[in-house]
Ligand binder design. Structure first.
Ligand code: FAD
Length: 454
């Protein structure tokens, strides 16, 4: 079998060496399992041959981009072959006239935006991991980011896909046009499928012009509920901020103590941004937001003085995950999402659950689209804390679903949330999802063990 794989990809693109497989046992979650082999294909034909081979021998395959999954999505829990797409990293076509970019799955998100930026265009979804995360990974997880409230998620930009199906067949679906209703929308089935239905090898993305101006403001609050109210009022004010982020007290403290960024002591901080084609447009929108932030009892409101100040505030938000990881190296990061008006209840509810189980939960996230990231900090060597952490996580999931929300807004289900799928999806829907999986992948080779599908 090793020989057959080497014949497909070449000796230099195959490994079964322990020291090379260990890194493939991990992603950015706390799940761990080692694969049996890893390959670095360089073309769709090679991916097709690998998958066909795996299907014939009933071997698990796990497509992998940069491995930044926060849900265990890329951890090969049943062993098998990791298909690392990082060598399929070519931008194949940029058409400004037709507003699309066609790329191989291993292209890094920021790399694509650097190229598009030369023509004043952008692929807007911007996960905080964009400096390493791949477009294939973005599509497979339907990645979002800080600009989701205004610009949506990856799904809103996918025009077409090339996918290697579990049989090894290559399917092209979608179009190069801004609109398309020809046939079932099969691309959508693969967007957010976390590699359970096929390997995405090529993506055609809609691109947007880069907004010319942006303005950033911060407001701090002594009460979490007030911050929550300011967010939901802003989102119903008729203004669509390009960013509406929140960081709670624990997050602010960890950034203050682990970086040189000067942040205030407060129960919560909101970071808001407006963008547009002219300054007048940007300022007019910001005026409305500042008025709303002001009437909800802030401790302080500030607008960024200049571009340096603005980027500094961004640095603070982008360092939240990393600085919290310094406070506690064991953590679970969730991404529950609720309808925007329920944000205040979610914020307060998370705080109450944290107190009830005496486990620290730091909350930050994309409040403008109802997506919060409670980062549950605990000691993995303390059995009692692990037990309490699990209860905290389950109660947060139940709270979000009770508020008409979802388990995951952008990180996916993977392994970490698989046990909770039935909290959100009824038996009829679960059965249909399993039927789709079984129909496309009867031998269950594509990223098995994920999402409670088998
Ligand atoms: C510090 C940090 C910040 C983050 N911030 C955000 C954020 O703001 N927003 C957000 O949405 N996510 C965020 N994430 C999560 C993660 O970066 C995204 O889910 C990202 O899209 C994953 O890309 P990747 O290339 O690393 O994919 P991987 O982690 O390698 O894979 C993720 C999943 O997609 C599948 N997959 C990967 N490539 C393919 C392919 N070509 N075909 C089929 N399936 C494939 C894998 O099997 C796996 O299930 C963050 C993660 C970290 C560590």
């Amino acid at each position: 079998m090793i020989q057959e794989l080497i014949e497909i990809v070449g000796r230099e693109n195959f490994t079964d060496q322990l020291e090379e497989l260990v890194p493939y046992s991990y992603d950015a979650s706390m799940n761990v399992h080692r694969p049996d082999a890893a390959v670095w294909p360089e073309s769709t034909e090679q991916v097709s041959a690998i998958v066909k081979f795996a299907n014939e021998h009933h071997i698990a395959v796990v497509p992998r981009g940069a491995g930044t999954s926060l849900s265990g999505g890329v951890v090969p829990i049943r062993g098998g072959i990791i298909i690392d797409l990082s060598k399929m990293n070519r931008i194949l076509e940029i058409s400004i006239e037709d507003r699309f970019a066609r790329v191989q799955a291993g292209v890094v998100c920021d790399g694509l935006n650097r190229e598009l930026g030369k023509s004043g265009f952008i692929f807007p979804p911007d996960p905080a991991s964009s400096s390493v995360a791949t477009i294939g990974g973005n599509v497979a997880t339907n990645a979002g980011g800080i600009k989701g409230a205004k610009y949506g998620t990856t799904r809103d930009y996918v025009l077409g896909l090339e996918v290697v199906l579990p049989t090894g067949e290559v399917m092209r679906t979608g179009s190069y046009t801004m609109k398309c209703v020809s046939g079932y929308d099969l691309a959508r089935l693969f967007i957010g499928a976390e590699g359970t239905l096929g390997v995405i090898t090529e993506v055609t993305l809609k691109i947007n012009p880069v907004p010319r101006h942006a303005m950033t403001a911060v407001a701090t609050y002594a009460r979490l509920e007030d911050a929550g109210k300011a967010i939901s009022q802003t989102m119903t004010s008729g203004i669509l901020p390009s960013v509406m982020e929140i960081m709670d007290k624990v997050t602010l403290k960890s950034i203050r103590e682990n970086t040189d960024i000067d942040l205030p002591e407060a129960e919560a901080m909101i970071l808001a941004e407006t963008d547009g084609f002219t300054w007048e447009e940007v300022e007019a929108q910001m005026e409305v937001i500042l008025a709303i932030l002001g009437k909800n009892g802030p401790v302080e409101i500030k607008t960024a003085r200049d571009e340096k100040d603005r980027l500094n505030l961004w640095r603070a938000r982008k360092s939240a995950y990393a600085t919290l990881a310094r406070v506690s190296s064991s953590f679970t990061l969730d991404d529950v999402t609720v309808p925007i008006s329920r944000i205040p209840e979610l914020l307060v509810g998370i705080q109450e659950i944290s107190k009830k189980y005496d486990i620290v939960v730091a909350t930050f996230g994309h409040a403008g689209d109802g997506n919060l990231h409670p980062q549950i900090l605990f000691d993995e060597y303390d059995a009692d804390q692990v037990e309490r952490m699990k209860k905290v996580e389950e109660e947060i999931f139940r709270l979000a679903i009770g508020l008409k929300g979802t388990l995951s807004g952008e990180h996916g289900i993977g392994l970490s949330k698989a046990a909770y799928m039935t909290l959100e999806h009824d038996p009829v829907e679960m059965a249909l999802m399993r039927l789709i999986k079984k129909t496309l992948d009867p031998n269950n080779i594509m990223n098995p063990g994920k999402r409670a599908l088998d």
